[in-house]
Design a protein around this ligand. Sequence first.
Ligand SMILES: [Zn+2]
Length: 507
Amino acid sequence: MQMPKAPAKLSTACLLLATYTVIVFHIPFFQHVFQHLEGGWNAVLIIVSAFLLMLGVDFIVYLLLLYLGRIVGKCVLSFTMMGNAVMLYFVNSYGVLITKSMMGNVLGTQYSEASSFFSWAFVAYILLAGVPPCIYLFVRRIDYGSLRRFLSTIGITILIIVATLCANMNNVLWIDKHSKELGSLIAPWSYIVNTIRHYNSQRKKNEKEILLPNGTIETESRDVCVLIIGESARRDHFHYYGYPRNTNPYTTADSLISLPAVAAATNTISAVKAMMQPQQDDKLYEILPNYLYRLGVEVLWRTSNWGEPPTHFPNYVKKSQLQEQYPNEEQKNYDGILLSGLEEEIRNCKKTKQFIVLHTYTNHGPSYSNNYPSAFEVFKPVCNTVEIAHAERGELLNAYDNSIVYTDYLIHTVINVLRAIPECRSCVLYMSDHGESLGENNLYMHGVPMVMAPKEQLEIPFLIWTNDQSIKVKQLAEVSQYSIYHSVLHFLGINSPVLKEGMSIFE
Ligand SMILES: [Zn+2]
C-alpha cells in the first residue's frame, strides 16, 4: 500500500519555485551579465549576487503570496509563471527588451498583429516552461506552518538580501550602467513594472497643465532669449566661482555675470520642471515655453537630453533630427550639434520675441570623457572607465573638468551667434539642472534624496550674458531655479500677472 506523500513545507515549495524562476526564466539575463563583465573575482561576485538577490526577492514574494493568499496566491503565481514563459519566448525569439515602450507596443497591439506572433515554438515555451510550475502549485499539497516560522523565514531572507547588497556597494555604477537592460530581463518584474510605468506615463501625458492667466507682449523690440540648460554641472568646478583651474577659458572676454544658484532637485526631471515653473509646487503649471508660445512668442526647443514636462509647441527638435539635418557638422556627436543653423533660426524668425532652449547633456556621467570632442581634452590624463568608483580620482576630475571646458565653449559659441545679429536685443542664460558628486563621501553622480543631498549636487552655476547695456543684473546672494520663469518674461517685455519682478534677476 502506498503512503500518501507528506505535504511540502511552505519554505521548501517557495525555494523550489523561486529557483525554477531564476534559472529557467533568466537565461537571457545571465547571458547579458556574462557579456558585459570584465572578468576576475568581481565578476564572480556580481553573478553570484545577482542570483542570490533574485532568488531572495522571488522567495519572499512567493512566501507572502502563498501564505497570505493561499488559493488566490496560487492563481496569481501561476499567472506570472505563464507570463514569464511568454516573455522568455519573445526575448529569445525577437531579442526584445521588456521596457516601458515595449509594453506600450504590446498593450496597443491588435489581435491580428498578435496572432502573427503565434508559432509552435510559442506553444512549446508555454507547455515546457510555463505549465510545469503551475501543475506543481496545484497538485502538491503545502504545509503552511506557523506565523512565527513564516516571519522568521522572511527575516532571515531579508538579512541575506541586505548582506548581498552591501557586498556590492562598489558595483553600484556597473549596475547603474546596465540597469536598463538587466531590469528589462528580470521576470516577472520587467513586464509588471513596465506595464504600470506605461499606464502612468500615458496618464502623465494626458495630464492637463494648469493654465496661467493671460499676459501681453508690451515692448516692440526684436528680442531673443536663449536658455541653455546644463546637465550635472556643479558650481564649484567653474572658474567663475573660484575654481583654481581655468575651466572657463572661452568666455573670459564675454563679460559674463555669474550668480550662485541652488537646484530644487537632484534629478533631471524634477529640476528641469522647476526651471520651467513660476513657483515651487507639486502641481504642473503651464510651463514657460508653452506659456510663451500661447502668448505669441516664437519658441524653439533643441535637446540632446530628456525629462522635460510635456511641451505644446511645434518646434521641438531632438539631437537625432539635427544630426540628420546637419550630417556634415563636425561636432554632430556632441552638444555642438544643438547650435547648428542656430543663426538662421534667429534670422528667419518672423515674430518679434523669440525664446530658445538648448537642453544639453555634456556633463552627464559616468563617461564624462565621451561627451566632448578630443580637442577639448585640456586636462590629462582622463579616466575612460564607467566604473568611476574604481577610477583614479585625478583622472576622473580631469575628464569632468574637460566637460566643463566644452560647456564653456558652447556658451561662448551661442554668444557669438547672437553677437553676429546686433539688431536683436538678446540674452543668454546658462543654468545647470543639478550638481554632481565626484567621490566626496564616496558618492558619485547625482539623485540623492533632497533631505540628505550634499552641496555638490545642489549648488549650480547660473551665467548670464546680454547685449542690452541698459539692463542690469541684480547682485543676488542666492537664486532659485524658479527665477528663470520671471527673468525670461521680464527680458522679453511680457506683462503678466504671473511675473513677480522680485524673482527676476534683472533690475
Ligand atoms: Zn540631470
